[in-house]
Design a protein around this ligand. Structure first.
Ligand code: ADP
Length: 595
C-alpha cells in the first residue's frame, strides 16, 4: 500500500511541512525568548536608573549612614511582581544594605556573596565597575530569574555600591510555552491539512493512472474496448487521451492482423496443397488440414510437439548449416497417394533460419494417369507388334519364288486375318479415344431395347451357330422404351454377346434376358462358358485387360470390348456389372433408365 505514488506523495508533503514548521517554530520561539528577556532587562535597567536618579541617597558617599533612607525609598518603590532589588555596598565584604523584599529586616546586613538569590560573580564584577547580567534557575521558585547588576560610581570614579536586581522569568517562560503550544497546534493542523490536500492531489494524479493501468491490464487480456475518461487538459489528461488514441490504433491494428490471419487461415485450410512448417528441431509448428492428413495426425497431436522425420517425407540431406540444402523438391509416397513437396527455409525476427516450410501437392492422379499412359502405349505397341510381325514374316515368305498357290493362299488369308485384327484394334482405339475426348456424339432418342437386342442377336447368330451354341431369349413383351443412342447401345450388346459366344465352348448356352424393374430396364447376358477367375474379376473393365491373353487374341479379342461397353453405359447414366464363376459361366448385368 505504502509503495503507491499516493503515499509517497503524502509522506513527502508531510515531511516538508513538518520540517518547515519545526524550523519556523524554533526560530520564532528563540526570537521571542530573546525579545522577552530583552524587554525584562530593559525594564529592570530603567527601574534601577530611575531609582538612582530620583533618590539623593545614592549620590552621597556614605550609603551606610543613609541606610534607613535608602530602605524607605525602596519600600515605597513599586516594582513589578517577581522583581527584587538589592542595594549592596562594600564593607570589606559586599553586604546587603537594603532590599525591596518584604523580609528586608532578615536580609539586610547579610553577606551578598553568600546570599542564596545573588550571583557572587556578578557582584564581584560589578565592584570592578562592570555591569553584569545572567539568567539563573532558582530551585525554590522553580523558574529562571534574570539577574542584573548596576554599579553606582561617584564623580571621582569610585564604586560606591551596586544595585542588584532579580526578575522572575516565569512569565516569559509561560509566554514561550503558550507560543510553543500554539505553534505545535498550528503544525498539527497544517500536517492534517497537508495529509488531506496531499491525499486529494495525489488522488487526482494516481486515480487516472490507476484507471489507465486497470484498462491496460484488461487490454492485455484481449479486451480492446477500453476507454479512459479525459477529465483535464494537463499531462494526466494528455496521458489519458494518448492512451485512448493508442487503444484505437492497437484495436485497428489487431483487427487488421486478425483479418489477415483469418484470411491466411482460410486460405491454408481450404487450399488443395498440404502446408507443414517445422522448426529446426523437427517439431511441427503449423500444419493445415491437408498437411495433418498427410502426416496422419490430428490437431491435438500437433500441439503436443509432434516431431517429424524429414527423411520419411523424402527430404534427404537437410543441413541447417548449409542453406542450399534447405531449398528443393521431393517426391513422397504413402498409402493414400503420391505427393510432390517444395520446401524452403523461413526466418525468425532476428533474420536467422528458424525452420522449413513444405508445400505438398497431391500428384496421385497425375501419377496414375502417367502410369496409365505409359501402360497404354506399351499395350498398343504390343498389340500392333504381333500382327505386324506375322504379316511381315508371311509377306517375306510369299516373296520367295517357289511357293505354290495353295500355300500362298493360306498365307494371304493369315495376312488378311491379321489386317482385320489391326483394323478392329484401331477401330476400338478410335472409339475409346472419341469417348475420352468427348468427341463421341451420343444422339439419344426414344429407342426400343427389344429391337436393338433382336438385331444384335441376329448379327451374331451365325457365330453361335458355328459353335453349335443355343441363344435363349427372354425378352419382356411390353419392354419399356429407353432414351439412348441406338448405335452405342448396339455396340455394348454386341461386345457383351460376342464375349459370351467367344468364351463359351461349343454346344454351350447363352441366355439373354431383358425385363423392366422399377425405374430401370435390366439386361442380363448369361453364359455357361469358361468363366473368369475371382482375382481377375476386379480388373475386367480395364483397357487391354484380358484373362488369358493368347486365347483372347486367338479368338479375335482386343481387350477393349468391356471397357468400351462400360464407357458407353456410363455415358447413358446406367451401370454394368459382371458376375462369374471360374469354369461355370459368366453373367453380365446392364441397367438402363426406362422412359
Ligand atoms: P476381349 O476383346 O479380349 O474379349 P473384353 O474387354 O471384351 O476383351 O474382355 C476382357 C476379358 O474378359 C476377355 O479377354 C476375357 O478374358 C474376359 N471375358 C469377357 N467376357 C467373358 C465371358 N463371357 N466369359 C469369360 N471370360 C470373359
Amino acid at each position: 500500500m505504502f509503495s503507491s505514488i499516493k503515499w509517497k506523495f503524502i509522506v513527502v508533503y508531510f515531511l516538508l511541512v513538518f520540517i518547515a514548521m519545526v524550523i519556523i517554530g524554533i526560530f520564532i520561539v528563540n526570537r521571542l525568548e530573546d525579545q522577552q528577556i530583552n524587554s525584562v532587562t530593559n525594564s529592570m535597567e530603567q527601574n534601577m536608573e530611575t531609582i538612582i536618579s530620583t533618590s539623593s541617597y545614592f549620590a552621597s558617599d556614605n550609603w551606610v549612614d543613609n541606610r534607613e533612607g535608602i530602605q524607605n525609598t525602596l519600600n515605597e518603590w513599586r516594582l513589578g511582581s517577581g522583581e527584587t532589588l538589592y542595594v549592596i555596598y562594600d564593607n570589606e565584604v559586599p553586604k546587603i544594605l537594603a532590599t525591596t523584599s518584604k523580609q528586608f529586616e532578615t536580609i539586610v546586613g547579610r553577606n551578598a556573596l553568600s546570599y542564596r538569590t545573588i550571583d557572587p560573580i556578578l557582584v564581584m564584577d560589578a565592584f570592578e565597575g562592570i555591569k553584569g547580567e545572567n539568567v539563573i534557575f532558582d530551585d525554590s521558585a522553580g523558574s529562571d530569574f534574570k539577574h542584573l547588576t548596576y554599579p553606582v560610581v561617584s564623580s571621582v570614579g569610585k564604586t560606591m555600591g551596586i544595585l542588584y536586581m532579580t526578575s522572575d522569568l516565569s512569565n516569559v517562560a509561560n509566554t514561550l510555552e503558550e507560543t510553543r503550544l500554539i505553534l505545535t497546534n498550528a503544525t498539527l493542523m497544517a500536517l492534517v491539512i497537508t495529509v488531506l490536500l496531499g491525499f486529494l492531489i495525489a488522488s487526482s494524479i494516481t486515480e487516472p493512472i490507476r484507471d489507465v493501468t486497470k484498462k491496460a491490464e484488461e487490454m492485455s487480456m484481449g479486451d480492446f474496448d477500453q476507454f479512459v475518461s479525459v477529465k483535464s487538459d494537463d499531462e494526466i489528461g494528455q496521458l489519458a487521451s494518448m492512451f485512448n488514441h493508442l487503444t484505437l490504433k492497437l484495436k485497428d491494428t489487431i483487427e487488421e492482423m486478425d483479418l489477415e490471419r483469418n484470411k491466411l487461415d482460410t486460405i491454408f485450410s481450404y487450399m488443395a496443397e498440404g502446408v507443414i512448417a517445422v522448426d529446426k528441431s523437427g517439431v511441427v509448428i503449423h500444419a493445415n488440414p491437408i498437411g495433418l492428413k498427410l502426416l496422419g495426425i490430428d490437431e491435438i497431436e500437433l500441439y503436443n510437439n509432434y516431431k517429424l522425420d524429414l527423411e520419411s517425407l523424402g527430404m534427404e540431406g537437410i543441413d541447417y548449416e548449409e542453406e542450399e540444402t534447405l531449398n528443393g523438391e521431393s517426391i513422397f509416397h504413402n498409402i493414400d497417394g503420391v505427393y510432390k513437396a517444395k520446401y524452403a527455409p523461413y526466418k525468425n525476427e532476428r533474420d536467422d533460419i528458424a525452420g522449413i516450410i513444405m508445400v505438398y501437392q497431391d500428384i496421385t492422379q497425375e501419377h496414375r494417369l502417367e502410369n496409365m499412359r505409359k501402360e497404354f502405349v506399351a499395350n498398343v505397341s504390343h498389340e500392333l507388334k504381333t500382327p505386324i510381325t506375322t504379316i511381315k514374316s508371311y509377306t517375306e515368305t510369299l516373296m520367295e519364288d517357289d511357293i505354290d498357290s495353295d500355300v500362298s493362299h493360306k498365307f494371304l488369308s493369315v495376312i488378311d486375318n491379321e489386317c482385320d485384327r489391326m483394323a478392329r484394334l484401331v477401330r476400338d482405339l478410335l472409339q475409346l479415344s472419341n469417348i475420352d475426348y468427348n468427341k463421341a456424339k451420343w444422339t439419344r432418342k426414344e429407342v426400343s431395347l427389344k429391337e436393338i437386342l433382336k438385331g444384335s442377336i441376329a448379327k451374331l447368330e451365325i457365330l453361335a451357330r458355328e459353335k453349335q451354341q443355343k441363344i435363349l431369349c427372354e425378352i419382356e413383351d411390353e419392354l419399356p422404351m429407353i432414351s439412348a443412342d441406338k448405335d452405342g447401345i448396339e455396340q455394348v450388346i454386341l461386345n457383351i454377346l460376342s464375349n459370351a459366344i467367344k468364351y463359351t465352348d461349343n454346344n454351350g448356352q447363352i441366355k439373354v434376358v431383358a425385363k423392366s424393374e422399377e425405374d430401370n430396364i435390366k439386361l442380363i447376358v448369361e453364359d455357361n462358358g469358361i468363366g473368369i477367375p475371382n482375382e481377375d474379376q476386379g480388373r475386367i473393365f480395364e483397357r487391354f485387360y484380358r484373362v488369358e491373353k493368347g486365347r483372347s487374341r486367338d479368338l479375335g479379342g482386343t481387350g477393349l470390348g468391356l471397357s468400351i461397353a462400360k464407357e458407353i453405359i456410363e455415358a447413358h447414366e446406367g451401370t454394368i456389372e459382371l458376375f462369374s464363376k471360374n469354369g461355370e459361366g459368366t453373367t453380365v448385368e446392364v441397367k438402363l433408365r426406362r422412359m
